[in-house]
Design a protein around this ligand. Structure first.
Ligand SMILES: NC(=O)C1=CN([C@@H]2O[C@H](COP(=O)(O)OP(=O)(O)OC[C@H]3O[C@@H](n4cnc5c(N)ncnc54)[C@H](OP(=O)(O)O)[C@@H]3O)[C@@H](O)[C@H]2O)C=CC1
Ligand SMILES: N[C@@H](C[C@H]1CC(C(=O)O)=NO1)C(=O)O
Length: 327
């Protein structure tokens, strides 16, 4: 069968991860990468794959089956998502939890008008963790749901740090409260505020001449990303950054702790341990690109999330083969 023609819009950690993930999915082919930077300055894993200027993207409307949007949620996707949904079926990892319904609406209109599928918030949180929260709450009607991340590097929060004026390089690590985890795992079902569950620790290399206090203030007061947490900002030099902050491990777990109808205690847990947050997220994007392609092909259009995707559509196996994995 013909391969699914995939392209990447935005080449950062996630874009590189999608290029790598496509190598593991022979039913798909990377036909090109689109960047806002000078294509000559963008180095791919595979130099034979063409890099185009983002400004040319519309002319590839009929050459691409699925466009994977790898821009940042804070500064890129709100503009690129609705724009590109006019020309392509898209998949993205939008993760600004507070504005998810605004983004859904901003994608749904152009996608419905163009007859494309705009699949949003794919990855692990939002994404696979979202699914497991929904499963847990549907099955254990009486209980509490908790999500814990880290210790690890949040790409969304790191990109948000990098979007602050005066920041040359930046990363953010999320640290879960061990006390909160112990209370949840004991079955206590505590009510925990956002601030009680995680702290956020940033490492920043400043642009020459930037004001450290102004940068720290801009980060720790940033709505949706840092303001609701106790956050710390450390300033380091380029060498320290290169030596200590280039890996992107992460992980976490979703737990649903509750009781069933006759009072028996039940607990569901789904966890991830990731050496590379971007490569894992990209692998989820590629699996959902397969589903988006199939849904668009059968005539669906508009915005979709993981809640709208039948799991079988993710699999490269044919349905009969997949059914053998039912047990
Ligand atoms: N749902 C989930 O579970 C997850 C979601 N995410 C999301 O993925 C988003 C992207 O993360 P990530 O790939 O780490 O972000 P990056 O900062 O690496 O890349 C974001 C964009 O910045 C541009 N860029 C990349 N490198 C450079 C550079 N050296 N100089 C200038 N511009 C550059 C690229 O656009 P261009 O090529 O056009 O210049 C790229 O698309 C995050 O904001 C987060 O929201 C991430 C992990 C998990
Ligand atoms: N979207 C996150 C994926 C997980 C990690 C996270 C956090 O550390 O706050 N929240 O969700 C990311 O960009 O890495």
């Amino acid at each position: 069968a013909d391969q699914i023609r995939v392209a990447i819009a935005g080449y950062g950690n996630l874009g590189r991860g999608v290029e790598a993930a496509l190598r593991q999915n022979p039913d798909m082919q990377l036909v090109g990468v689109f960047s806002r930077r000078d294509p000559e300055s963008v180095t791919l894993l595979d130099p034979s794959v063409p890099v185009y200027a983002m400004s040319e993207v519309e002319t590839f409307k009929d050459e691409v089956d699925v466009m994977v949007l790898c821009g940042g949620s804070k500064t890129d996707l709100p503009e690129q998502g609705p724009h590109l949904a006019q020309f392509f079926t898209t998949v993205d990892s939008f993760d600004t939890h507070a504005t998810v319904n605004d983004y859904y609406a901003a994608l749904d209109a152009p996608a419905k008008k163009a007859g494309t599928v705009a699949m949003m918030s794919i990855g692990w949180d939002p994404g696979l963790f979202s699914l497991n929260r929904a499963f847990g709450e549907a099955v254990l009607a009486e209980g509490e749901t908790y999500s814990f991340w880290g210790k690890g590097l949040s790409q969304g929060h790191s990109q948000a740090v990098r979007s602050v004026e005066g920041v040359k390089k930046g990363v953010q690590y999320t640290l879960p409260s061990e006390d909160a985890i112990a209370r949840v795992r004991s079955g206590e079902q505590p009510t925990l505020s956002t601030r009680e569950k995680h702290v956020r620790e940033c490492y920043v290399v400043l642009e020459d001449g930037a004001d450290a206090d102004a940068v720290r203030e801009a980060i720790v007061t940033m709505p949706h990303y840092f303001a609701e947490y106790d956050s710390v900002v450390h300033f380091i030099d380029d060498d320290t950054f290169a030596r200590e902050h280039t890996a992107m491990p992460h992980g976490g777990f979703v737990i649903r702790s509750g009781v069933t109808g006759d009072g028996n205690r039940q607990s569901i847990e789904y966890s991830l341990k990731l050496d590379s947050n971007p490569e894992f997220t990209a692998s989820a994007l590629v699996a959902y690109a397969r589903a988006a392609y199939r849904m668009a092909k059968r005539g669906e259009s508009g915005a979709r999330t993981v809640f709208d995707v039948a799991p079988g559509l993710l699999s490269p196996k044919d349905p009969a083969q997949l059914r053998k994995e039912l047990l």
